[in-house]
Design a binder for this molecule. Structure first.
Ligand SMILES: [Zn+2]
Length: 428
């Protein structure tokens, strides 16, 4: 085994000072002392291993970058990546670096960049010494697929992760070749929800909050994921477990007042459990992450419309959430909020990008894409107009071609008038 994720020849067969320090950082991290864990990981990233040489230093820097990314200290994480690159010139390290940069790109909301970097970095999967780093690539790809609404790809990457992730409490810390800040246990629950519905995800969410140590591990490995779990627990009527998660977050936040990702996550949980709009607004202001901010605005919209009947105010927040989700590269979330917005606001503003389909064989989205493409827009332009990724537009376009029997954009443009005209006639 190699704790750094490097097996055998580079690392594990020697006493590695970098590994040793990182290992201590891992234990301190699990105790909830984040600041000391960062200091230790920083020390690991500068220590010089006698036998593994610069490789150990570089990989320790990349571990430091992962840890900082989870805490949304993005500038510091990028610095650690540069430090790793400066330490050693080796294609294997470059591949690992690409995966770490993919994770950073994801946190910055640049989904296309994250996917590209993952594709470049996934060569590590063919290298037995580095194979365990592939889980970072699979995690990032599962999340990007989830945000784009590509269920098949999401399930594929989640399955790749399954060897690493076992359901239950020990998931968080059971893996021997990664560190606790790398745990994707929270992701498994989100994927289950996306795939099979929130009810199915409830027992797992409960399991993650069962013990204090597992709740702490979860909150630290992805502070923003806690709100997702608390939301489905509340929806299932399990206030007790939700409260437990909230108390744990509050304690972590009190111990780490300078780590904004944690204080914002704690505030978010408070706000959700208390159903407090102004707390949610504070949390949104404190958050450093576009996607998380979007989810907080969605929560505000939900509360305002469900508890107070303030639909107009709710729509303002839904609108903010819809655009922020789109900015964060998440059309799946964006379109969920869009349908909430539509429920309350049937004005053109909400409907303008998504006319309802006048051609029975096309879905509303496909209809909107087809109309824009037939009008001569490029995929990138359609993506911009509809808050979708270019990739998703291309996907819809392939479906449209299949359904209407067009072989090219030009053919579609020629057929379109006829198709729309025909449908109008028959529906009249
Ligand atoms: Zn070493």
């Amino acid at each position: 085994m190699g704790i750094l994720g490097l097996n055998a020849s580079i690392l594990s067969s020697h006493d590695c000072i970098n590994l040793e320090i990182l290992h201590t950082a891992g234990s301190v991290w699990l105790e909830g002392d984040v600041v000391s864990a960062i200091s230790l990981a920083e020390a690991a990233a500068t220590a010089r291993c006698r036998r593994g040489s610069a490789h150990c230093t570089a990989l320790a820097s990349l571990q430091l970058a992962l840890l900082l990314t989870n805490l949304r200290c993005i500038d510091e994480a990028k610095r650690a990546v540069r430090q790793a690159n400066a330490a050693v010139d080796d294609p294997a390290i470059d591949a690992v670096t690409a995966l770490v940069r993919a994770k950073i790109a994801l946190c910055e909301g640049d989904i296309d960049e994250a996917v590209e970097l993952c594709d470049a970095g996934m060569v590590v999967a063919n290298d037995p010494r580095l194979a365990s780093w592939a889980s970072i690539g699979n995690t990032v790809r599962a999340i990007t697929a989830m945000r784009r609404g590509e269920l098949a790809a999401m399930i594929h990457h989640a399955n790749q992760l399954k060897d690493d992730v076992l359901f239950g409490r020990d998931v968080l810390f059971g893996r021997r070749d990664t560190f606790p800040w790398d745990s994707p246990a929270w992701l498994v629950v989100q994927i289950l929800e996306a795939e099979k519905g929130w009810e199915v995800a409830v027992p797992l969410a409960r399991g993650l909050f069962e013990s204090e140590s597992s709740a702490r591990g979860l909150l630290l490995s992805e502070p923003a994921a806690a709100s997702f779990l608390v939301r489905i627990l509340l929806r299932a009527g399990d206030r007790e477990t939700a409260q437990r998660g909230r108390r744990c977050a509050a304690a972590l936040s009190a111990d780490n007042p300078d780590i904004r990702a944690i204080t914002a996550a704690a505030l978010h949980l408070d706000a959700l459990v208390e159903e407090d709009v102004s707390l949610l607004q504070q949390a949104a202001t404190a958050s450093r992450d576009a996607w998380t901010r979007a989810s907080m605005n969605e929560d505000i919209g939900d509360l305002l419309s469900a508890n107070y009947g303030e639909f107009r105010r709710a729509c303002t927040h839904y609108d903010t959430a819809m655009h922020s989700y789109a900015d964060a590269g998440s059309p799946r979330d964006s379109s969920r909020v869009r349908s909430k917005l539509r429920r309350h606001d049937t004005s053109k503003a909400a409907a303008r990008f998504w006319p309802s389909s006048r051609i029975p064989m096309l879905t509303d989205t496909e209809y909107a894409v087809a109309e824009l493409v037939a009008g001569g827009l490029t995929n990138a332009e359609v993506a911009g107009k509809m808050f979708l990724s270019r990739h998703t537009v291309a996907f819809h376009l392939r479906k449209i071609f299949q359904k209407v029997g067009a072989k090219s954009r030009i053919e579609l443009a020629v057929m379109w008038k006829q198709l729309v005209g025909q449908d109008i006639t028959t529906s009249m």
